[in-house]
Ligand binder design. Structure first.
Ligand SMILES: O=C[C@H](O)[C@H](O)[C@H](O)COP(=O)(O)O
Length: 149
């Protein structure tokens, strides 16, 4: 399994904790930054990390900004990306089971370190259920392919 990691300054501390979590478990990753708490824009980082997932170069992405909102909006602009902003364990589990989410987004100023790492564990270990949920994901993909009116 390979993970594409990304954050801005607001998500840097939690991203570093996630990076250590992955290293401790020998899960490979690519870190698209940020690499410090210096102010940086989240959209280009989200695009690079989500693009890595969309191209199949990583299995999942984990993206973190202050709230998780901006970075999830940006990631969801990348075709093929289903980025889920999660704040609790239930959502992290359900977005894998029902949405087959391929990017987990979190807010570094929303979830604490312990919660964030629990969400990562659940997200990476939960399987997609398929069935009726695949039909709904196909409908989302169809929206991506529709020409703007
Ligand atoms: O949705 C956006 C993110 O939460 C950003 O981390 C946040 O907007 C950054 O704000 P600032 O530049 O004031 O730290």
């Amino acid at each position: 399994m390979k993970i594409a990691l990304g954050c801005d300054h607001g998500g840097f501390e939690l991203k570093e904790a996630v990076r250590k979590y992955l290293e401790d478990r020998e899960i490979s990753y690519e870190d698209f930054g940020a690499y410090s708490t210096d102010s940086v824009d989240y959209a280009p980082i989200a695009a690079k990390a989500a693009g890595c997932v969309a191209k199949g170069e990583a299995d999942f992405g984990i993206l973190i900004c202050s709230t998780g909102i901006g970075i999830s909006i940006a990631a969801n602009k990348v075709k093929g990306i289903r980025a889920a902003l999660c704040t609790n364990e239930f959502c992290a589990e359900m977005t894998r089971r029902h949405n087959n989410a391929n990017v987990l987004c979190m807010g570094g100023k929303v979830v604490d370190r312990e919660t964030g790492l629990k969400l990562v564990k659940i997200f990476l270990e939960t399987e997609f259920e398929g069935g009726r949920h695949q039909r709904r994901i196909d409908q989302i993909a169809q929206i991506e392919n529709e020409t703007l009116q």
